[in-house]
Design a protein around this ligand. Structure first.
Ligand SMILES: [Zn+2]
Length: 313
């Protein structure tokens, strides 16, 4: 939030009045500047491409924003009447690129009900803004692959280079709002998505079982969700393999007669919770059993063999 002034700049009243039902006078309007987003990598390891910011410049004009999520204040709104992606001279992004930010000018009518909010803006109380928009492309910063079709995982480093998803080719900008809690300063851009025409979100529609088509944007969202689930599944697989290895070791003590392929057949059909339970049962069984270690038995056997060999000389 730049609290430079609430006075209109030259030509701004005309711009504002192109959005209003009746022509407003200068003293009936309150205008302010707001930084919507920038080309810095956010906490989700995503960032807008410079060209995406340039496109958003046009897409955000005319979009209304929610100023206050407090239900008591009737959700005050303001409308963006101009927007520009500007290079900030001398400022670099954390990875050394030219810093570019998307700044907007927004207006709201001066009314009794938004008096307090205007006062907050005037007093320079800093509030972060989040935006909602959809993009056609999410590009891997490591290999340039689009929409999650490569093996690179955002947030991980590859040869010292941090992998992130570059949000490119925005198709729609549909909301902006002040983040209610100032502590969420780093919240950055919220990549929320529009609900479908029937009011259900994409996931519910996907699982509703009813034949329905999805837009290209929605398909991208679904692809990204699958990608995130694949990452989580890979972590789960590592955990499962570790559990199975521990069970194999414990079973070798507790059930030495049990063939390995039989054990594999059983564990294959178990979920992680059941595997955990089996591991616990085997390790407790081991604690209660006679403390002879197979390694020790093998060692004794080896010594015997050695002795025999020695005697035979
Ligand atoms: Zn990649």
């Amino acid at each position: 939030m730049e609290n430079e002034n609430n006075n209109l700049k030259a030509g701004e009243l005309e711009l504002i009045n192109s959005y209003t039902r009746r022509t407003l006078k200068e003293d009936e309007v309150y205008a302010f500047s707001v930084v919507l987003c920038d080309n810095e990598t956010d906490r989700d390891f995503e960032r807008f491409s410079d060209s995406a910011l340039k496109k958003l410049e046009k897409l955000f004009v005319g979009v209304t924003g929610v100023l206050d999520h407090d239900p008591k204040s009737n959700n005050q709104t303001a409308r963006i009447f101009s927007c520009s992606a500007d290079k900030v001279s001398g400022k670099k992004t954390s990875d050394g690129r030219q810093y570019i930010r998307l700044s907007a000018r927004a207006y709201m009518p001066r009314t009794e009900s938004n008096k307090d909010f205007i006062m907050q803006l005037d007093s320079g109380i800093k509030k972060e803004v989040s935006v909602g928009c959809s993009v056609a492309k999410r590009i891997c910063s490591i290999c340039g692959c689009e929409n999650g079709l490569c093996e690179h995982i955002r947030g991980k480093s590859y040869n010292g280079e941090l992998c992130c998803k570059i949000l490119d080719e925005p198709t729609d900008a549909y909301e902006w709002s002040f983040v209610a809690v100032p502590a969420q300063k780093a919240a950055g851009v919220i990549k929320s998505y529009k609900k479908g025409e029937n009011g259900l979100d994409i996931e519910k529609r996907l699982f509703s079982g009813e034949a329905e088509s999805f837009t290209a944007d929605e398909m991208n969202i679904i692809a990204e969700k699958i990608r995130i689930l694949q990452e989580k599944a890979a972590d789960g697989e590592v955990y499962r393999r570790r559990l199975e290895a521990e069970i194999n070791k414990l079973a070798a003590f507790a059930l030495p007669q049990l063939k390995r392929d039989v054990l594999d057949f059983i564990t294959d059909k178990m979920n992680a919770v059941q595997l955990e339970n089996l591991k616990k049962a085997l390790s407790e069984g081991r604690e209660n059993s006679i403390p002879i270690k197979p390694q020790l038995a093998v060692a004794v056997k080896n010594i015997k063999t050695d002795n025999n060999a020695f005697k035979n000389i």
